[in-house]
Design a protein. Structure first.
Length: 101
């Protein structure tokens, strides 16, 4: 549950809006909240699990490259410019991945 909590927070609104478009119009009252909340929460958890499953290989690769960068920086190897370039590439790819519309 902890692994998907951030993804649930991010995707909950989109899942809820998608469900509101699919469902017929209805009156918002307490009974509809009790009826709709469990299904909305389940769909949000499913979408978050899918997001975490897709992002897991990307985050493990990024962690590996950042570990290489950190090791090069700590040991002062001659490969520091290469590690710096690698860190720049990772930063640019991260920026691109999160800002693509």
């Amino acid at each position: 549950v902890e692994r998907i909590s951030l993804a649930v927070l991010v995707l909950h609104e989109r899942v809820e809006l998608a469900l509101l478009r699919i469902l017929p119009p209805y009156e918002w009252d307490l009974m509809m909240l009790f009826y709709q909340f469990p299904s909305t929460f389940a769909w949000a958890c499913l979408a978050a699990s899918l997001l975490v499953w897709v992002a897991d290989p990307l985050s493990s690769n990024a962690a590996y490259f950042l570990g290489v960068l950190q090791a090069a920086a700590l040991h002062g190897h001659w490969r520091m410019p290469i590690a710096g370039a690698l860190g720049g590439v990772v930063a640019m790819l991260s920026y691109w991945a999160f800002n693509v519309s």
